[in-house]
Design a protein around this ligand. Structure first.
Ligand code: F0G
Length: 351
């Protein structure tokens, strides 16, 4: 009977809810903080992975969505809408079901992973594929929520950030203090904003003695913050972070500068290398966008930017099952054998 109750109940006094707020939850949060053995060896540091793919719909978005849908319910909304590269839509669709609401999702046509599309479909979302990229979807979602009876649950909705900041609380609660460095993939830049807010709140209230340096990584083909200008036609295999004009751009710059961190880019090749390392050497299967944090840490280490002996947390944001194409692509086809132990043993290299 001691189940984790979800982020709103676990961190109620730090979130904008009241005693009468109708909490909509799937018991999100409370995700594993896993020591990363190979990454620790490679960097000479103590590296941990915050495995957000363990959330109910398989990504960190559930932390923000429990707050956004709870608030929408409290305000009497009947329908919610979001723009998404896939994970937000999967989460919105699931939480809308819990709240008895209709969900509408706008996704860039042909650019979301199959697992995420399946989630939105099976949870009964109304899906529109937009002839444009994520940034166009967000413009359209804002327009619709301004002019029609539907509430916006993207991270431009500040309660999303409130929910997502709880991941930083969990890390400090687990480690006893903030890490030296926190590493994240950056897309629309809501999550780096949320972690920075969470770390600052804990430090301000004396629950941590310090705040970490925030390191963010964008995909090279979708790196507007690194370039300092909007990317009109963003591209990357990490479709979750294929975003050319992040909504929380200024907040990301503040997190970077106030924390003494940086935001850099990683190539698709570096992302895939980290993706394979995580699965094959740490036993943690993440989606490509999530591997951008680890790719970034390895790149920084190779550049001599990582002093040994530090405590580092990398958030891996989404579950590998959402986008399994990259796991299968390029891997050898399994061989077929008859029901015969001698043959099977020989094929397995046991004999
Ligand atoms: N990792 C994953 C797996 C994501 O789905 C996202 C964002 C990010 C990282 C980047 O986080 O946007 O807060 O900087 N996905 C959004 C979506 C855009 O629609 O699911 P961010």
């Amino acid at each position: 009977t001691h189940q984790w109750r979800g982020i709103i109940e676990e961190y109620r006094d730090r979130l904008p809810v009241s005693d009468t707020t109708p909490v909509v939850t799937l018991r999100e949060g409370g995700t594993p903080l896993v020591p990363a053995q190979v990454l620790s060896e490679r960097t000479g540091c103590e590296v941990h992975l915050k495995v957000e793919g363990a959330n109910p719909t398989g990504s960190f978005k559930d932390r923000g969505m429990t707050m956004a849908i709870t608030r929408a319910k409290e305000e009497g909304a009947k329908a919610v809408i979001c723009a998404s590269t896939g994970n937000t839509s999967a989460s919105a669709a699931a939480y809308a079901v819990r709240a008895g609401m209709v969900s509408a999702v706008l996704v860039p046509q042909g650019k979301i992973a199959l697992g995420k599309m399946g989630q939105a479909l099976v949870h009964g979302a109304k899906i529109l594929q937009v002839d444009g990229n994520f940034d166009d979807c967000l413009t359209l979602a804002r327009d619709l929520s301004d002019n029609y009876p539907v509430s916006l649950v993207n991270s431009v909705n500040p309660v999303r950030i409130e929910g997502q900041k709880t991941a930083a609380f969990e890390i400090v609660d687990m480690l006893g203090d903030a890490p030296d460095i926190h590493v994240l993939p950056v897309g629309n830049a809501g999550n780096i904003t949320a972690y920075w807010k969470g770390y600052r709140e804990y430090a301000a209230d004396g629950l941590a003695t310090r705040t970490p340096r925030m390191w963010g990584f964008q995909a090279s083909g979708s790196a507007p913050i690194v370039r300092g200008e909007v990317v009109k036609d963003p591209s990357t295999i990490a479709t979750a972070i294929r975003i050319g004009n992040p909504a929380s751009w200024d907040f990301a710059l503040a997190a970077r500068d106030e924390s003494g961190g940086f935001i850099d880019e990683v190539t698709d090749r570096e992302i895939l290398r980290a993706y394979r390392l995580l699965a094959a050497q740490e036993g943690v299967f993440v989606e490509p966008a999530s591997a951008a944090s680890v790719a970034g840490l390895l790149k920084a280490a190779e550049q001599g930017k990582v002093d040994p002996g530090q405590r580092i947390v990398c958030t891996v944001t989404g579950n590998g099952l959402k986008d399994p194409d990259w796991a299968v692509a390029g891997a050898p086809q399994p061989v077929t054998v008859p029901v015969d132990a001698a043959t099977a043993a020989e094929r397995l290299g046991l004999a």
